[in-house]
Design a protein around this ligand. Structure first.
Ligand code: AMP
Length: 449
């Protein structure tokens, strides 16, 4: 098994770009996918977000694009479909990083929520790579702006998610417009159900690559905290957010309204917090993500769809304020932390009567989540069924069995906070955050969507 990028027979424009990007060696999904894709194989890859899957499909694709197309026309030679705008933008950004030494490379992102003008201009000239969400791509296709006759590679990123979002018909229409001799690279967290059937239809003798879920384990510490009700949950959250080891955090809520409400509350409490959800205009979403990347936002309160594709290495904590609706979303959510080889902490709140949903997530993960309590803030309501197993831990006040690393809820800190430090401490935070935050928040003073 080769160990370095140069062992993968990547050409020098790509190898040099990877050196510039600071990538030292391929990740497991890259090690397996790149040679197979370069051998022209169709692929069905199950790998989690954060595993390096984007480079796993972009590098072999860009390598193909180094050679001139033999076919006339100006249509795209490679197409990447993603479920969300943010992920599409992220993928194109990566394509620009890896294609840095290919000055002739022309790529475009076709996503909704942005003006058509620029996209139409991009499509009026020969284009190599299109990264798109299905809806906007279909809009352009209906107007006859896209000619797929030159298409060599079709990639579906987070295919399961696209189907969850109801894109099946759009995907089938798009695929039907592409040449049958294309190469198809599919990436999905799972192949269960409809996505497996779709994969069978789209691929020819695909090579299946399964990068074990365990790959993410060890990098992300996971904790489950039960609470009585929303007031209890808010108290736990406030306590956790005072943890000084938090660099940046993403908090997931079940609804858009809740993401706004919670971001407002945290902002009022002095945190540089902002929300991100699918009803916000695209420009505004982009600005919020930029603020997150630049460190101007410490806490992002987001819904599932909007948070897909967030790739900010300094996110140290993910907090599931509400449980995800689908078990697989849990994996996507926690993948927002522990990125680029760092460690992260994912904390999940569950109300005591939500234990069935927790068990569903645990069944999906095939492991138990480590249940923990914060001393003095334990749930008082009983649940009908107690989870068994050795996951349950409670941290003592002396911090002797505190979780270490990021999960350090020792009482010492609470006492410091409670002994007057809390007020002044949070004031101190709020001062810093507010001054950093002024420009960020002004966007949020606009009417909400
Ligand atoms: P992805 O799973 O594609 O979203 O990638 C997760 C993160 O890992 C991104 O920040 C990538 O830039 C980074 N990354 C991908 N491949 C490598 C690599 N071989 N070495 C270091 N970082 C990488």
């Amino acid at each position: 098994m080769p160990l370095s990028f140069s062992d993968l027979n990547l050409q020098s424009p790509l190898l040099n770009a990877l050196i510039t990007a600071g990538y030292e060696k391929p990740t497991p999904v890259q090690l397996e996918s790149i040679p197979a894709a370069m051998a022209n194989q169709d692929l069905m890859v199950s790998a989690q977000t954060g595993s390096g899957k984007t480079a796993a499909f972009l590098l072999p694709t860009l390598q193909k694009l180094i050679k001139r197309s033999e076919k006339p026309g100006k249509g795209p030679r490679a197409l990447v479909l993603t479920p969300t705008r943010e992920l599409a933008q992220q993928v194109e950004k990566n394509a620009q990083i890896y294609g840095k030494n290919m000055p002739w490379l022309r790529s475009a992102t076709l996503v909704g929520g942005t003006s058509f003008g620029q996209q139409i201009r991009a499509l009026s000239r020969p284009i190599d790579l299109i990264v798109a969400t299905p809806g906007r791509l279909m809009d352009h296709m209906r107007q006859g702006r896209i000619d797929f006759s030159r298409l060599e590679v079709l990639i579906l990123d987070e295919a399961d998610r696209m189907l969850d979002m109801g894109f099946i018909e759009d995907i089938e229409t798009i695929v039907a417009a592409t040449p049958t001799e294309r190469q198809t690279l599919l990436f999905s967290a799972t192949w269960d159900g409809m996505v497996g059937k779709l994969a069978q239809k789209l691929t020819r003798e695909p090579q299946k690559i399964d990068i074990a879920r365990e790959e993410k384990q060890g990098k992300i510490d996971e904790q489950l905290l039960y609470c009585d009700d929303i007031r209890h949950k808010n108290r736990l959250l406030d306590y956790i957010l005072r943890d000084t080891s938090i660099d940046q955090a993403v908090i997931f809520t079940a609804t858009k309204a809740m993401s706004e409400q919670l971001a407002d509350r945290l902002y009022d409490n002095g945190f540089s917090a902002n929300c991100l959800h699918g009803d916000m205009p695209q420009g505004w979403r982009n600005r919020t993500l930029m603020d997150l990347r630049k460190g101007r936002i410490k806490i992002l309160v987001a819904t599932d769809v909007a948070a897909r594709g967030i790739d900010v290495p300094s996110i140290t904590h993910v907090i599931n304020y509400d449980l995800p609706k689908q078990a697989e979303d849990y994996v996507h959510r926690i993948g927002r932390t522990g990125r680029a080889g760092r460690t992260g902490l994912a904390i999940t709140f569950a109300e005591v009567n939500e234990y069935v949903k927790v068990h569903k997530i645990e069944r999906y993960l095939n492991r138990k989540l480590s249940e923990q309590t914060i001393e003095g803030m334990e749930p008082t309501r009983k649940r009908a069924s107690k989870p068994t197993g050795k996951g349950r831990r409670s941290f003592s006040s002396n911090g002797a069995n505190n979780p270490g690393r990021n999960g350090n809820w020792s009482n010492k800190k609470r006492r410091t906070n409670a002994d007057g430090g809390q007020k002044s401490g949070s004031n101190r935070i709020s001062q810093t955050n507010r001054s950093r935050h002024t420009s960020t928040r002004s966007a949020n003073n606009q009417p909400k969507h």
